[in-house]
Write a protein that binds this ligand. Sequence first.
Ligand code: ATP
Length: 476
Amino acid sequence: MSDHITEYQGSATMDKITSLAKRRGFVFQSSEIYGGQNGAWDYGPLGVELKNRIARNWWKEMTQLHDDIVGLDAAILMHPRTWEASGHVENFTDPLVDCRKCKTRFRADQIPPENLAAKKCPDCGGDLTDTRKFNLMFKTHIGAVEDEAGIIYLRPETAQGIYVNYKNIIQSNRMKIPFGIAQIGKAFRNEIVTKNFIFRTCEFEQMEMQFFVKPGTDVEWFNEWKKRRWAYYEKLGVRMDSLRWHQHGPDELAHYAKDAYDIEYLFPMGWKELEGVHNRSNYDLTRHTQYSGKDLQYIDQENNNERYIPFIIETSAGLTRTLLMLLCDAYDEEKVISEKNSGGAEGNTGGETSHGTGGSADDWRTVLHFHPAVAPVTVAVLPLMKKDGLAELAQDIRSGLKEDFATDYDQAGAIGRRYRRQDEAGTPFCVTVDYESKENGTVTLRFRDSMEQIRVHKDELAARLYQEIKAYKRIK
Ligand code: ATP
């Protein structure tokens, strides 16, 4: 028998997630040695792997698995007229109030209405200023002269890069409606309240897909995309009872939206938006037609050259916010009972805690239950001992896996401690090389979630890992 889990501590707190993220090199504060930069974060070795893999997973879902969706990578800097057409210059604002006494700045929609009405600061009781509209776009200058003519914006969303390229893509790729364009990229917003770690930042990444449909079919496609995006999280192994839909009421609907739902996740600080699924109507292309003077109608050649401005269904997810969601969702603290001196499959490498994680028979572990498709490291190879050629054999085995999997190698410390380090990094599989491996070529394959251990021949490892990744199901 392998070690097994008897108790789950459960829920992550933002403090635990932030400290684990720093300790293990997922996320660091930007420019930390200078006291940090508000609203900006750096992704360390494990974090960048996780982020890239989430992005790749989403990209695969959208493009590889959908024949009618193609990709795009548009520039961050766009013609400033774009943002007039989109409505961002006029409407992309937060209502702000300042306390004259303690100088704290609040979003007017986030303080109790009675404070707003009485103009009293919720923190110190001081007088509040009138509500002002504050535009969230970062403005800068392009070219040598800092004048009005050189004003340019850092894009606050990736979507507009898709709209302005929609005709190019129809022409170059012969796309027919309905079809979609997917894009992953940076976006910038001058957010005033940036608490909760990487939840709301000034620089972040989005994964957006804009689906162009015939007017009249938009409601049907909207419902279809709601279904598909829900199924996506299920496939990623997210705890589905921590997700819910929130429909925007009339007060929340953006200026462009006909209907809008958010997928919300139960973060440690409560239910918060993870992704938006929006029916943007024909607003965007109509506006770009007006502002650019270009005809952006679709010509339906299969239907007597019928012309119309397509409706757009948008799925807009934050990449960095998804990373935070997955860290919270994957996090667990589990009590482990060690089966000392147990025989069977695990041989020398079993009995994790008995190999020296601190002496007691039971033990707590911190574990990240990432889906293997997004885990920063897929498989870690660990020689039981450094000596007697085990390290060399383990390195050989790792080399054989490198081409196909993200691997790690660790020979430092007791085996139990090394398993715990991998658990905490979210590595779904560990391969342990021991004396028996030298004799008959078999190794121990250890599963992160169940901590089960089986013996596999090293030549069959890659095939077995593929099989396990495909069949992966979260066990709780
Ligand atoms: P909020 O109301 O929280 O400011 P929003 O409704 O303006 O967000 P959208 O414009 O719909 O957000 O953006 C789509 C997605 O981009 C969001 O669901 C979120 O995942 C992500 N996102 C938006 N703003 C930020 C930010 N400041 N930091 C990180 N991710 C963000």
